[in-house]
Design a binder for this molecule. Structure first.
Ligand code: CP3
Length: 343
């Protein structure tokens, strides 16, 4: 059952005349129906932890656009919260967390196995979705990759250069490595539960992979992804994994092979023709339209969409943006993109 879903075909390495499509942050503030449900929930975290409402916002872009995949509505920062960090969102600014700056902070965290107590509503959202999604729509679960999650846990917020995480790595390597390990274990436990609840694909978001250089990239982007993917494949050999080492630049080449991922998601700084030659030959790629086209629209949106479809037409490809759609996007532009792909 479900084997002819277009996303799963691409992830098995099939080249398709029309690539399947979904969008990062497809459930989000650019949609009036999302804003209404979020208001009903009261705040973002209540929305994440109320399974009926989280399932509803996951389904909204599927109803409106008929995307080939739905991505579970949750956030990568729920894992730090489940490990015992304080988490809150400041409207108009973003996430805030209590910080981990030393060994004492690390040892105050809960063990990886304890996360399910906090995260069980997320598994319930997955169960609701696997019952209610259209039969041809693939359900994608996700988590943040350890480095990216660690940058937020160390700094207590998003940072332009991930300076506090780089500083802890330089000054107290044992604590830093212990944190990466704790997040890695928690991520394996979390994604395994999403899969058991009905996720058909999982994606690892390493949004800040681009600030890791040289050996650090191998140690903190490649190695944790490889360990997570190996553990998941051991338990659930048929579940494909998409890895997103954002801004990895030339390190996109070889990432599929080095981690065992089934697909690598490309940000919009990567040239599609380069990636077709150097990345797609190792397996499926996903991406990589610049999200600003969802704001600006016009003929550039159509020509860029077609250029990306064409560049990746020789191999397995899932169409997506290079990063999340922004709140100022025009919902009509999303339909124009889909028409240009399927047209
Ligand atoms: O539709 C989907 O993509 C699924 C849900 C999803 C969200 N966040 C919902 C969300 C996913 C997959 C994420 C991943 C995520 N969260 C990442 C990795 C991807 C990336 O964007 O690089 C990161 C770094 C986070 C952490 C996070 N969550 C930040 C930095 C912010 C604030 C920035 C912003 O856009 O406001 C969030 C909040 C957040 N997560 C929103 C949504 C829809 C906006 C919250 C709101 O409704 O106010």
């Amino acid at each position: 059952m479900g084997n002819d879903k277009t996303i799963l075909k691409a992830l098995r390495g099939e080249t398709q005349a029309v690539p399947p499509v979904w969008m990062m942050r497809q459930a989000g503030r650019y949609l009036p129906e999302y804003r209404a449900t979020r208001a009903q929930a009261g705040d973002f975290l209540s929305l994440c932890y109320t399974p009926e409402l989280a399932a509803e916002v996951t389904l909204q872009p599927i109803r409106r656009y008929g995307f080939d995949a739905a991505i579970l509505f949750a956030d990568i920062l729920l894992v730090p919260q489940a490990l015992g960090a304080e988490l809150w969102f400041v409207t108009g600014e973003g996430p805030r967390l209590s910080t981990i700056t030393d060994a004492a902070g690390l040892s105050a965290l809960k063990p990886a196995e304890a996360i399910h107590e906090t995260l069980s509503p997320v598994y319930e959202t997955v169960r609701i979705l696997s019952r209610t999604l259209p039969k041809h729509t693939t359900l994608i679960g996700f988590a943040g990759a350890p480095w990216t999650v660690a940058t937020y846990m160390i700094a207590g917020r998003g940072t332009p250069d991930q300076g506090p995480a780089h500083a802890l790595k330089a000054e107290d390597r044992a604590t830093f490595n212990g944190l990466i390990e704790r997040i890695t274990d928690a991520t394996i436990a979390y994604l395994s539960m999403q899969i058991e609840a009905g996720a058909e694909v999982v994606k690892l978001f390493d949004s800040w992979a681009g600030s890791l250089r040289g050996e650090d990239f191998d140690t903190y982007a490649v190695a944790p992804a490889r360990r997570i993917i190996a553990a998941l494949k051991d338990r659930h050999p048929d579940i494909p994994v998409i890895a997103f080492p954002r801004e990895a630049k030339d390190r996109y080449e070889g990432f599929t092979r080095a981690t065992g991922a089934d697909c690598v998601a490309l940000d919009n700084s990567v040239d599609a023709d380069w990636a077709a030659t150097h990345v797609q030959r190792e397996g499926c790629v996903q991406g990589n339209l610049d999200p600003r086209h969802m704001v600006t629209g016009g003929p550039d949106l159509v020509s860029e969409t077609r250029r990306i479809v064409e560049a990746f037409s020789g191999g397995p490809h899932i169409f997506n943006l290079g990063h999340g759609i922004t709140p100022d996007a025009d919902p009509d532009n999303v339909q124009k993109m889909i028409d240009a792909i399927r047209g």
